[in-house]
Structures are given as structure tokens and as C-alpha cells.
Design a protein. Structure first.
Length: 202
């Protein structure tokens, strides 16, 4: 029996063209991901949903090294932010921006229910989320050091950075979720003792 780890959905985000993702009030999730999102055709079913904590955005906002750099360097991206702006929820490409979830206690294999017991979504954490090079093009390299420090580069659960960069998940039960919905860990299907190495997208 695992502890009922809890958090909430701060924001839901989708995009048909990569990053940034745009906020939506409600999201319907299938085994291939969120309807209307380009992660609906993922390489792996273990990565159809991505999560990232609001607390990570707050940490990035405190750094004077993380900000929009020269916009002329990203002509193929859809950012409308001005130079110097800080990243906002959805900018790092997550589908679900969580809030209040103690991410350092999340383990690979943990199963979460989001939304109502009848119509909500159930998903399993499959891996730590990878760092996208496109984000570095927009905000510079410092964000990876803050969210993906040395501990996570070696894939160690329980490191100081574990969970800051978010997670990828496999959908176990389809359904709909809304901004403000609660999320709770209902069981774990992993042993929680082994880390997982990241696949770096640079």
C-alpha cells in the first residue's frame, strides 16, 4: 500500500506544433495522449502525457539567467514572448502543469488518478521527462542546470533535482480532466528503487 500522494492540476496545455503549448480548460485523454496535442502520436505509449510542476517555473523565474534570448534565433518556433520574459506554464511543453505535488516523492511506476473517480484519467509514471533542445534555443542553457542537475543526469531517484523537470506517463484509463482537478497516487507498479537514465534531446 502506497501513501496517497496528492496534488492538483494548475493548468492543461496542448499544441499541434510543438512548443509552446497553449492553456485549455479541459482535456480529453486517450491511450495516445491528449486530443488536439501533437503528443497524440508519440514514439512510445509510455510518453503520451507529460507533467511538470508549477514550482519549477517559480524556481526558473527567480534566476536572472533564464529568460527569452534573441528572438531572431528562433524563427521556426511559435513563442510570442518578448526578449527578457520568463518561461510560463506550457512553455516547456508539458501537458499538465501540476501544483502542490511533492515530486521528489514520485517514483517510476506510480499510478495516479486525475479528476473524478468515474470519468477522470488514470496514468502511470514511466520516466523522468527529457530536456528539449528547442527550449534552450528560446530561454538559454541555464534552465537545464536548474531543473536537470547532476543528480538527474545520472537518473537517480531521490536526487535534489528529481522531479523538477517533470515526468512522462502512460495512460491506463481514458477520460477527461479539467484545470483545478485533484490528482492522487492510488498505487505503484514499480519497485521505486531503480533510477532511469534520461534521453537528452540536444
Amino acid at each position: 500500500m502506497v501513501d496517497a500522494l496528492r496534488g492538483k492540476v494548475h493548468q492543461l496545455n496542448i499544441s499541434k506544433e510543438g512548443i509552446p503549448k497553449t492553456a485549455v480548460r479541459q482535456m480529453y485523454v486517450t491511450p495516445r495522449g491528449a486530443i488536439g496535442d501533437n503528443q497524440g502520436s508519440p514514439i512510445s505509449e509510455d510518453a503520451v502525457l507529460s507533467l511538470l510542476p508549477l514550482e519549477s517555473y517559480m524556481e526558473l523565474a527567480r534566476s536572472d539567467k533564464v529568460r527569452v534570448i534573441d528572438r531572431r534565433l528562433q524563427p521556426n518556433l511559435n513563442f510570442k514572448a518578448r526578449e527578457g520574459d520568463k518561461p510560463r506554464p506550457g512553455d516547456l511543453g508539458e501537458n499538465i502543469t501540476t501544483v502542490g505535488l511533492p515530486v521528489m516523492e514520485v517514483k517510476l511506476g506510480d499510478v495516479f488518478q486525475v479528476g473524478s473517480e468515474r470519468n477522470g484519467v488514470v496514468f502511470k509514471i514511466s520516466s523522468a521527462r527529457r530536456a528539449h533542445g528547442a527550449v534552450t534555443e528560446v530561454f538559454g542553457p541555464a534552465w537545464t542546470d536548474i531543473l536537470y542537475g547532476a543528480g538527474l543526469r545520472t537518473g537517480l531517484e531521490g536526487s535534489l533535482e528529481w522531479g523538477k523537470g517533470g515526468f512522462e506517463a502512460r495512460v491506463l484509463r481514458v477520460g477527461s480532466i479539467s484545470a483545478g482537478d485533484s490528482m492522487v497516487r492510488i498505487r505503484s507498479e514499480g519497485n521505486g528503487s531503480e533510477g532511469q537514465r534520461r534521453h537528452w534531446d540536444y
